[in-house]
Structures are given as structure tokens and as C-alpha cells.
Design a protein around this ligand. Sequence first.
Ligand SMILES: NC(=O)c1ccc[n+]([C@@H]2O[C@H](COP(=O)([O-])OP(=O)(O)OC[C@H]3O[C@@H](n4cnc5c(N)ncnc54)[C@H](OP(=O)(O)O)[C@@H]3O)[C@@H](O)[C@H]2O)c1
Length: 342
Amino acid sequence: MTYTPHPDRYARMTYRRCGATGLKLPAISLGLWHNFGFDTPHQTKRAICQTAFDHGITHFDLANNYGPPPGSAETAFGDILKTDFAGMRDELIISSKAGYHMWNGPYGEWGSRKYLIASCDQSLKRMGLDYVDIFYSHRFDPDTPLEETMMALDHIVRSGRALYVGISSYSTQRTREAHAILKSLGTPCIIHQPSYNILNRWVEADGLKDALKELGMGSIAFVPLAQGLLTNKYLKGIPAGSRATQGKSLSPDIITDEAIASLNALNDLATKRGQTLAQMAIAWVLRNGGITSALIGASRPEQVVDCLGAIANLDFTPEELAAIDKISLERDINLWAKSSSD
Ligand SMILES: NC(=O)c1ccc[n+]([C@@H]2O[C@H](COP(=O)([O-])OP(=O)(O)OC[C@H]3O[C@@H](n4cnc5c(N)ncnc54)[C@H](OP(=O)(O)O)[C@@H]3O)[C@@H](O)[C@H]2O)c1
């Protein structure tokens, strides 16, 4: 069926300036890490993207390796661009990244110029695009000079493959270095994509949030729902079909009785605020404007709609924040800790 976007979509969303740039991002963005591979029906993928866009989500985040298999999320999104979003390219912010393993041999991962430029070309081909809006270095490469990685990003912009560049899971120190190199090259580093949620606060401990503000960089927090932990999904245990049952990135081992009790206590707090747990978790990430956009994932369109409800109340009282801090002991869920400590 032909898709017609909702006429009120832009009134339904709040847009926030990405650091000191001219680019505005929706307060909530959609990521295609999971649920966009060959193991998900194409109709479901289309429905999730359509629902997102109908509610003003203009930003879709991809990476070379999203699937399974790697690359298939970009291929699926390329199809959706042709069918549902045809003629709407100028209304969309599409990002991709390179850094993790994508093909065999010495040129298929990390941060060399060889890998980044080849991977960007592959991503553009899979999506059928002339350019992406944002291209990221997906992780810091300790074995490649940072200058080389940043010069590759600069080249990607100058050659018209991307409009803006960013970095993901870089430590505060490496972020400062990357920002300075890109500034000297004349291509600003406009955005950092870190993991951040109530249960994983490394961006605060590392001083990254403050540094981004000082540098005029924007930020987009991935896994704001801790891969689904911070939703109503696991309040009674591990339901069939959930990510924790799929042998992917969310280990069922961390969903202990003690963790479930703590999630239920957070859920009670959310209920008192008139929010679902997912809504409170997203509002917490976006509180005080410290983060530009919350980058969610979804396996069903209804989840996107629930998450969007967060925008109605992004304010917390000091008492609410203290209560959240007391309940939510930081958990060992940061799969990206190694990258951000190199
Ligand atoms: N830069 C990086 O290194 C990096 C790494 C990881 C992710 N990311 C980006 O961040 C995006 C989001 O990651 P994520 O999917 O792990 O984020 P998330 O938003 O923390 O978790 C999404 C999962 O939570 C569940 N969920 C979402 N909304 C729900 C709701 N309202 N009620 C109940 N359950 C709900 C769904 O789980 P079920 O599938 O179980 O239903 C969904 O798949 C990725 O797509 C990617 O773009 C970037």
C-alpha cells in the first residue's frame, strides 16, 4: 500500500539543536541495530519506520554492520527509502558508521582511511544514497593514528559522501583530540554517540557530557532503554521473543530477581509521574537538555508510540532524581566500555 506521511508530524515532535550547529535533531531518533535484519519481516520494518516518521522522527541511525547479516539493515532501509520515503530525502537525517568488523582481511574494521572510505561507499550503495547526513567513526582505534581516522572523516565530507561527521563511544580525552583535529581540518565534529541510560552513566563519570557542552558538540544517547530493561518488558521475568531470549546483545544472566525488583521499583516511580517506565527512562536521558536526542530501538510500531510519550514530561524534581539514583545501582551492561576507555 502507498504510504502517505501524517500531515501533523512536525507538530508532534520537539526538535533540538545539535550542539552549536545549525542541524536540529528530533528529541527521539530511531536506530536500526536490531529488528531490521533478514530475521524480521519487511512489513514490520516498514511499519516501524512509517510510525516513527508519522510522529516527527526524522532521524534514522544505521551502521555498516547492522543486521543480521551485517549490511542487511542498510539494504532494508534502502528499500524503504525507495517505496515509502521516495521524494522525502530532504526531510530525513540518515546516519551510518564504520568501525566494527565488516569484512575479512586487514581492511575490514577499525579506523584506517582505507576501511572508512570503502565502508562508507558500501553503505551508500546498500541504501541507494548519494550521501548520508552524518557519518561516524564507530569506535576509537588504538592502533591507527587519530589524525588518519579524522582525515578520512574530513575527506568523506569534502568528497560529498556525508554532510556532517561524528564519533561514537570515544572517551572524553579522545573526543577532545578528535574535535581539535577535525577543527584544524575545517570539518567540525558535530556529534558524539555514546551509550547512556539510568543503569549506565559512564558519560557522567568520564566528564563527557560536560566536555561536549564546552566543545559545542551535540549528542545522541544510544540504548536509552538499556536494550529493553528499562521498559515494562522484564517486570515479571523474561518474556518469550524478547531480545534477552535471542542470544544477541542482551544476556539473560543479568536479569536476576534482584534486577527485576529494582526495575519494578523504577516502574512504580514512573507510574507516580504518569509515565511508563520506557517514557521515564527516555525523559531521564533528555533531562535539562544535556543530551540532544535519545536513540531508541523498537521491535513493534506500538513501542515507538509508547516511547514518544516521554516528550510530554522531561522535567524531574530533585526528589524524583534522588529516588531514581537510590534504586538504580549501575549495572554491568555497558558493552562498549572497552572502546570508551582506550
Ligand atoms: N554507536 C554504537 O556503538 C551503538 C551501539 C548500540 C546501539 N546503537 C544505536 O542505538 C539504537 C538503539 O539501540 P537499542 O535498540 O539497544 O535501544 P533501546 O531503546 O535501549 O532498546 C530497544 C529495545 O527495547 C524494547 N522496547 C523499546 N520500546 C519499548 C516499549 N515502549 N515497551 C517495551 N519494550 C520496548 C524492544 O525490545 P524487544 O526487541 O525485546 O521488543 C527494543 O528492541 C540502535 O538501533 C543503534 O542505532 C549504537
